[in-house]
Design a protein around this ligand. Structure first.
Ligand code: PRP
Length: 234
């Protein structure tokens, strides 16, 4: 029997949203991931081995061929880049934005702006394109605190619902990138295991397409009042 394809999975929200797509494509872990401390799972079908890791490590595992396929966010790919893999598919899950944000109504200094972020490369590129002189201050999380503590003028961070910004008295300014989860494939794996990789990608594409159709129908139904409970009071 051929070796299973090794799939590196970004733990957290991306993993949670990806597992149902993977299951609908015929690949399920050999035991439930939820509540487990295991990081490596075989699949019931034997076609894949699933490895859970931090998002920033996914491109590294795929670049070096320790994983054939990786699932991670576009934010990670923009930040850590890499030449050892192909970005093959937009899964359309875990959508969010990378935005700049500052305390509501803040006035900015004329000179260099201090930007707190964990997306150092993305922020550097963005402000260079804007022709703005900035000092980037690297943080590893909870960026929202930085302007409140006087550490930075602005932050560059992930915004999803905007609740974290609002709860900390910040407002979104510029949208720097639209983010969703992507499938990346090691260059050599795509050549050497083309049929297996493409079979999996085709299944995922079909699942994503079906779900997108279901979502847009649900969206139209809710806008036209169907399934919303409206008008059922009799
Ligand atoms: C992310 C991000 C924001 C928050 C945005 O943090 O850094 O803090 O989510 O989501 P919202 O717009 O829906 O409030 P995460 O919880 O991933 O932790 P982190 O601070 O360690 O990045």
């Amino acid at each position: 029997m051929t070796e299973p394809l090794t799939i590196a999975l970004n733990r957290g929200r991306i993993l949670d949203e990806f597992l149902p797509l993977l299951a609908a494509s015929g690949i399920e872990p050999d035991e439930p991931m939820e509540g487990s401390r295991r990081l490596v799972f075989d699949s019931k079908c034997g076609r894949a081995r699933l490895v859970i890791m931090r998002g920033a490590d996914v491109p590294t595992y795929v670049t070096y061929g320790a994983a054939d396929i990786g699932i991670t966010g576009k934010d990670t790919l923009l930040e850590y880049g890499g030449a050892g893999f192909y970005e093959r598919m937009d899964l359309g899950i875990a959508r969010c934005q990378i935005m700049s944000a500052a305390p509501v109504g803040a006035a900015f200094p004329e000179g260099r702006l201090r930007i707190a972020t964990k997306f150092v490369n993305i922020a550097k590129r963005y402000y260079a394109e804007q022709g703005r002189q900035v000092d980037i201050i690297r943080l590893s999380g909870a960026m929202e605190i930085a302007p409140l503590m006087g550490l930075a003028d602005l932050i560059v961070d992930i915004v999803d619902t905007g609740n974290t910004l609002r709860a900390n008295g910040l407002e979104a300014l510029d949208t720097i990138a639209q983010i969703s989860s992507r499938v990346i494939v090691n260059r050599a794996s795509l050549k050497m295991r083309f049929a297996e990789v493409e079979t999996l990608l085709d299944s995922l594409r079909a699942v994503v397409k079906t779900r997108a159709g279901m979502d847009s129908r649900a969206d139209m139904d809710s806008r036209s009042g169907m399934n919303s409970g409206a008008g059922t009071d009799g």
